[in-house]
Design a protein around this ligand. Structure first.
Ligand code: ADE
Ligand code: ZN
Ligand code: ZN
Length: 279
């Protein structure tokens, strides 16, 4: 029994993940939570019950092995042709089976209070997760190598792949230097957001543009690969950690704006970090 428990625990911690790792999603949710209006925060609480917002951000990855949810799998990412320079929803839309359409679909369900509670709860968990995923550059990438999942690289001396480096490894490297883990990192990143950044991120409401930003980074990641000998090393981390930080910050601010628009009928969308509405 004990052995079985340990085997199951091992499986849980070693299965690859389809989004930012748990820490990335929790950081995004925590940054978002401080930008919610009181009405939005109350509506979120009411839907989530006992589950914390940070945990709810990870739900879409946790149910991956449950085949009833197989329909969610293509909704974590969007792939583009090699020669593309920007997203074209006609070309890349995959009949709505991708992350951009997923965000649109579930934010509509979330805001529709005539829908059953269970359906709105699932929509909330998906919005929380997918806004995060769309900001992971390699979730807007290429089908050939599964968004870098098939691109093996050494990362800080261990076997990894380019996708995993961006989901997890770069954030783990920063957390190694952070006492207090993802909660401290969330607070640090939130405090570092300038008023100009917050205003710009809130003003851009179109997820297609968020996808374009991710794809622009993805193209650089393929043009400027990790060192051929060492793989992902300290220099790669120093070069790209500011980009990781900015994607987490933008995702958090935009997630809050999506939730406020969906759940607070009075949200004029201009909200101070304290949650107070600006007249
Ligand atoms: N599977 C196929 N493409 C992917 C991508 N861009 N991100 C994550 N998983 C994928
Ligand atoms: Zn995901
Ligand atoms: Zn991922």
């Amino acid at each position: 029994m004990r052995l079985l428990f340990h085997l199951v625990a091992l499986l849980l911690v070693t299965t690859p993940c389809l989004g930012w790792g748990g820490d990335g999603h929790r950081i995004i949710g925590t940054i978002a939570s401080s930008d919610l209006t009181p009405a939005t925060a109350a509506a979120v609480r009411e839907l989530l019950g006992d589950q914390t917002l940070a945990d709810a951000c990870c739900w879409a990855d946790e149910i991956r092995s449950d085949h009833r949810y197989d329909w969610i799998k293509p909704l974590h990412y969007i792939n583009l042709p090699r020669e593309a320079t920007a997203v074209d929803m006609q070309r890349d839309g995959a009949n709505g089976q991708q992350v951009v359409a997923g965000i649109e679909r579930f934010r509509a369900v979330l805001s529709d209070t005539s829908r059953p509670r269970e359906e709105r709860l699932e929509a909330l968990r998906l919005v929380l997760h997918l806004v995060g995923d769309l900001h992971q550059p390699l979730h807007v990438s290429y089908a050939v190598d599964l968004g870098g999942n098939r691109l093996s690289v050494t990362s800080f001396g261990k076997r990894s792949n380019l996708h995993r480096v961006w989901d997890t490894d770069l954030i783990q490297r920063r957390l190694k230097d952070t006492t207090g883990g993802w909660a401290t990192m969330s607070a640090d990143l939130r405090q570092a957001i300038t008023p100009e950044q917050r205003a710009a991120w809130r003003a851009g409401r179109d997820p297609v543009r968020w996808a374009d930003e991710s794809f622009a980074i993805t193209r650089r990641l393929y043009a400027e690969p990790p060192d051929a000998q060492e793989g992902v090393n300290e220099a790669y981390w120093v070069k790209w950690m500011p980009t990781v930080a900015e994607r987490l910050q933008a995702a958090g601010v935009r997630l809050a704006a999506v939730l406020n628009a969906a759940l607070d009928p009075e949200a004029g969308q201009v909200v101070k970090p304290s949650g107070a509405k600006v007249p």
